[in-house]
Unconditional design. Sequence first.
Length: 149
Amino acid sequence: MTDRAGTDDLDAAVVERVRASFARQGAMGTFGAELVAVTAGQVAIALPIEPRLSQQNGFLHAGVAVAVLDSACGYAALTLMPAESEVLSVEFKVNLLAPASGDRLVAEGEVVRAGRTLTVCRGDAYAEHEAERVHVATMLATMVRRRAG
């Protein structure tokens, strides 16, 4: 997935539902995260790597990276769910592959298998600095569909 506002293969109502839900997330707003791509079964979220989001050694805090990956996977799942749906994480496993430093983190979520109730997703996070892109984390996540409201 590339950094684009790609929405070409998705109904505009689905894109708007994802964007509206993302806008309600206080955590993503606090981190300064931005929804950069929404396509069927795939979502990318980027955030600036800043000192206020760092751990004690100056790297992006792993908890921030995991939260953004979780959101990318959840929204990827939501793109394939019926209109009256909301999504919640029920399980995930993360491997931290390298410390995240640079200009920004890009978390890419993708649906592996969408079921009626549970959706399995994978997510990958990359730290970017100029033209360099380092794979810093990978996630396998299970999302549950619930009726909105």
